[in-house]
Design a protein around this ligand. Structure first.
Ligand code: NAP
Ligand code: GDP
Length: 332
């Protein structure tokens, strides 16, 4: 009989697959490895649509989790967020409310939900830190997603104040890695550009990057993020969110990202920027000082190496990856 059951909602996505990989491959005794008596369950929307309270209740009844890492969400890059603001707002509010409420009513001991640095105010002093989430309106491009995700922090505080529940949240920056959503329209910038560069090389067409290439982002490799989630599950017991990020001095421009993809793909063709397309927020650098002091330090994978591994994974798994071209779902 397992002494703890850790349910990972959204367990088949980019971040969930990375947590599964780390849990299955870290050596016994490692800070991030599986512990004796633990049962990890990774669920997709196929096992229950978490927008629906009854399906959520049945899922919890089936697995009886003691701990929940809550990743399930409607997720997308800048262009999908701009197009479906109400759907991002509503789906994510429903999913989060169902997961938190069912965790509460079934006595789950701890929940870590996933926010994003997109939730921070647009007009704010940098670097972002955990105290600034509610200090102003988010960027207009993703206000549906941002408002839904901010509410999780409000809910966590309310559950703690009224009932003493141990609910908290993580705030990652832009994530990339194996098993990402490589859809051409709806994905984030790295998987979207990897796929576009692949097609440009294959078809002898130009590689077109959206926007000016000037915006700056912090990127985190999914395998690093997975370890940080496992650390947070085991070693952090406060309601306040923790930013899970590389250092604020590690911002990369979209042009640098595109250059790195061109290099990793060995793409020799024409490469341009479509400046009629949106740039989104110019930058949103986040501090990882709190994380590093809580953890006592952490070594992140170098960006170019992690990008190379992701490109290799994409090339090796093209037929089965979420490309939007092979019938695999890329978002609800
Ligand atoms: P992803 O690859 O798109 O995976 C999303 C996961 O959520 C999938 O397992 C999906 O199941 C599940 N899901 C979606 N709608 C659902 C529903 N209605 N009911 C049940 N499950 C549902 O996303 P990700 O990039 O791993 O994101 C994980 C978490 O990190 C999310 O909370 C996201 O907001 C956050 N985040 C992501 C990024 C990023 O750059 N990717 C950055 C910051 C924060 P199916 O496989 O069945 O569709
Ligand atoms: P964000 O970090 O939440 O803004 O989300 P994204 O991962 O979608 O990154 C958006 C940035 O990448 C913007 O500056 C876009 O103009 C730029 N970008 C360039 N090409 C692409 C692309 O093919 N897809 C996406 N999503 N963004 C792109």
């Amino acid at each position: 009989m397992s002494s703890s059951v850790i349910l990972v909602t959204g367990g088949t996505g980019l971040v969930g697959s990375a947590i599964r990989h780390i849990i299955e491959t870290e050596p016994a005794g490692s800070r991030f490895g599986k512990k004796p008596g633990e049962k990890w369950v990774f669920v997709s929307s196929g096992e229950g649509d978490l927008r629906d309270p009854e399906q959520t209740r049945k899922l919890f009844e089936k697995y009886k989790p003691t701990h929940v890492i809550h990743l399930a969400a409607l997720v997308g890059g800048l262009f999908k967020n701009m197009k479906y603001k109400l759907t991002f707002l509503r789906d994510n509010i429903l999913i989060n409310d169902n997961v938190l409420h069912t965790s509460h009513t079934t006595g789950v001991k701890k929940v870590i939900s996933c926010l994003s640095t997109c939730v921070f105010p647009d007009k704010v002093t940098y670097p972002l830190d955990e105290t600034k989430i509610h200090l102003g309106l988010p960027h207009e491009s993703n206000f549906g997603y941002a408002h839904a995700k901010r509410m999780v922090d409000v809910q966590n505080h309310a559950y703690k104040d009224q009932f003493g529940d141990n609910f908290t949240s993580a705030i990652p920056t832009n994530v990339f890695g194996p098993h990402d959503n490589f859809d051409l329209e709806g994905s984030h910038v790295i998987p979207g550009l990897i796929h576009k560069c692949y097609l440009a090389k294959k078809n002898g067409t130009p590689f077109v990057v959206m926007g000016t290439g000037k915006p700056l982002r912090q990127f985190i490799y999914s395998y690093d993020l997975a370890k940080l989630f496992i650390w947070q599950l085991r070693e952090y017991d406060d309601v306040e969110p923790v930013i899970l990020s590389v250092g604020e001095d590690e911002e990369v421009s979209i042009k640098q990202v595109a250059d790195a993809i061109v290099k990793a793909m060995d793409f020799q063709g024409e490469y341009t920027f479509d400046t009629t397309k949106a740039d989104g927020q110019f930058r949103k650098p986040a501090s990882n000082k709190n994380l590093l002091s809580l953890m006592g330090g952490y070594e992140f994978a170098p960006f170019d190496k992690a990008l190379d591994e992701t490109v290799k994974w994409f090339l090796a798994n093209y037929d089965n990856a979420r490309t939007g071209l092979n019938g695999r779902p890329t978002g609800h």
